[in-house]
Design a protein around this ligand. Sequence first.
Ligand SMILES: NC(=O)c1ccc[n+]([C@@H]2O[C@H](COP(=O)([O-])OP(=O)(O)OC[C@H]3O[C@@H](n4cnc5c(N)ncnc54)[C@H](O)[C@@H]3O)[C@@H](O)[C@H]2O)c1
Length: 258
Amino acid sequence: MSTENVWQEKITPARFDGKTVIVTGAGSGIGKATALRVAQEGGKVIAADISGERLGELVAENPELSIVAVAGDITDQHVVDRIVAAGEGKVDALANVAGIMDKFEPIHEVEDSTWERVFNVNLNSILKLTRSVVPLMLEAESGTVVNVASEAGLRGSAAGVAYTASKHAVVGMTKNSAVMYGKKGIRFNAVAPGAVQTNIEAPMDSAYAQQVIAPLMSIIPGMATAAQLAASITFLLSDDSTNINGVVLASDTGWSAI
Ligand SMILES: NC(=O)c1ccc[n+]([C@@H]2O[C@H](COP(=O)([O-])OP(=O)(O)OC[C@H]3O[C@@H](n4cnc5c(N)ncnc54)[C@H](O)[C@@H]3O)[C@@H](O)[C@H]2O)c1
């Protein structure tokens, strides 16, 4: 079952009026769709991505929207500092979307360089950025953070060991922060996408994984669009999700129910 052919994105006017929202991975796929949706609904978006070219296109194609581009590698604290500084002391919401896949390597095949890069981009960057943003939210006594996990944060059959472990860690970071900051008016939630049509590279280079994992992936019920994921992410970023804290929302065409 997939709704991608019939569903149309519908803007909720003014849902993010007056809000400053950081979106990482805003140059492509789910992050770009999220940045556009927030900006179209009245928010000021701080769009972060390693690709200055992609960010330049995003801004040039949408001159009517309030989008501030910050290019750089979000694993670098100096880049994180520039992203937060673009908020000029105000960050109402943070969408940690940027991430990279592995090549489906099981633990006996994974190289240190893959493990370290996947953890740096998928997890450590979220630590750095969130740690820098939370003091502003504590001062404001409000804020929302949405971390993009994955079906691989819910099950063991959606990627290699590095990506799977990194996304399970994103889930843990989300739940701990939800408890730590819930009473301070700051909500933390995660979205776990299933298969989504984007530019992410996910080559199943491991012959071992092709034998073990590929058959299990045949149950995937459908491919979503990036805009469908943006609908789930912006719901959790917005005040519409006021009573929701610490959830991992599977946005996966029903994959997690199988
Ligand atoms: N596409 C899927 O099927 C799928 C499924 C589950 C989860 N996800 C997750 O969704 C998120 C978004 O992925 P996507 O599918 O939109 O991929 P994408 O490749 O289309 O977009 C990711 C963006 O993040 C940016 N990025 C990567 N590393 C970066 C870094 N170090 N610093 C700054 N920017 C960086 C890239 O330049 C790119 O523009 C990721 O966290 C991914 O793990 C995707």
